[in-house]
Design a protein. Structure first.
Ligand code: TXA
Ligand code: MG
Length: 323
């Protein structure tokens, strides 16, 4: 595994069918040439991810949507124009340039133009679409620094492009526009309100929605047990927990709990700050050997919806946890 900021080297490795981890504004991605089945197969092997789980294709800002998707509805063009580059993935019908291996055999494809300058520079140097899931092992918390990628994947990745910590900190919002009505498949870095201003109301995923492993109950689980509750329920949750207990909450919230019998992990008070710090916090708490994390759920507005979603998934039942 090599690590650095050598874009020519990273793009050369992608062209040779190898794996390059790269920063985006949301989380780090584990990238391969989206048009090559052999390159994409390496992603599934490195992550330990089932092959039927589709990957997002990342595109440069000047890429043509029509090269990567077909039957594109007007709403998708309007949304792409307003939201990209940015933390939004749009599901459309798959174009012929996208390998079926990338979409897990689906006739739809997730497309996203990332805002991170290094991601854009890599996409331009490479000249094609980069298929990339989050650069963690399947079932673990997504990486928001190059160190997280190295800790999770080590030599399974050929090059780690180091862009420092990610700005947004949670994965992109995923909207399915491949069917009659827009559906929110995953809340994320772009708030629902900003998307609905363009598409109208987003429906919740139903049984007919495309399968997304990010929607498994406990996809984002750290090793410690996570209990996610409303802030006012934190003291009772602490009283009922056993072992080494940490409370994960906005710094302000701790002012109401002067005598808490738990370690305090203080997050920023605003939802965007919480999102940015969340995954590193869960990793820190695991590294510290905490047994139980009691997390205060933020209000579900703006980025709070994604933060709450990830906390509830991290708290999901262990038996559902993907390997
Ligand atoms: O912010 C992000 O989205 C990051 C960065 C690297 O771009 N990527 C990411 O990828 O989170 P991943 O693979 O960890 O999560 C992508 C989710 C998965 O749940 C996958 O099933 C879903 O997107 N997905 C991708 N293509 C899809 C498709 N064609 N139909 C339905 N779901 C799709
Ligand atoms: Mg992921």
């Amino acid at each position: 595994m090599e690590r650095g900021i050598d874009l020519e080297r990273a793009a050369g490795l992608l062209s040779a069918g190898r794996l390059v981890a790269f920063p985006t504004e949301t989380v780090y991605g584990l990238g391969a040439d989206a048009s090559r089945a052999d390159a994409v197969a390496r992603i599934f092997a490195a992550k330990g991810r089932p092959r039927a789980h589709p990957l997002i294709v990342h595109l440069a800002p000047e890429a043509e949507l029509d090269d990567w998707a077909i039957e594109i509805p007007d709403a998708a063009r309007r949304l792409a124009a307003a939201a990209w580059p940015g933390p939004l993935t749009i599901i459309l019908r798959r174009g012929p340039r996208v390998s079926l291996a990338t979409t897990g055999g689906n006739d739809t494809v997730g497309l996203r133009v990332p805002a991170h300058p290094l991601a854009q520079a890599l996409l331009r140097a490479f000249g094609g679409g980069i298929a990339a899931p989050s650069a963690n092992r399947f079932g673990a918390v997504s990486p928001t620094t190059a160190d997280h990628v190295v800790a999770d994947l080590g030599d399974a990745v050929d090059y780690v492009l180091d862009g420092g910590p990610c700005e947004v900190g949670v994965e992109s919002t995923i909207v399915d526009l491949s069917r009659a009505h827009p559906v929110l498949l995953r809340p994320g870095g772009m708030p629902r309100e900003a998307i609905e201003a363009i598409t109208g109301p987003l429906a919740a995923a139903d049984a007919a929605a495309p399968a997304a492993p990010g929607t498994l109950a406990s996809h984002y689980a750290p090793r410690a047990q996570v209990i996610a509750v409303a802030p006012e329920e934190v003291p009772a949750a602490v009283a009922g927990a056993h072992g080494r207990i940490a409370v994960l909450a906005p710094a302000q919230a701790f002012l109401a709990w002067p005598a808490l019998a738990a370690e305090a992990y203080r997050l920023p008070d605003d939802a965007a700050g919480m999102a940015r710090a969340l995954y590193a916090a869960l990793r820190d708490l695991d590294d510290a050997g905490v047994d139980v994390v009691i997390a205060a759920l933020p209000p579900a507005a703006g980025l709070g919806e994604a933060v709450g979603d990830r906390l509830l998934r991290a708290a999901g039942p262990r038996k559902d946890r993907p390997q």
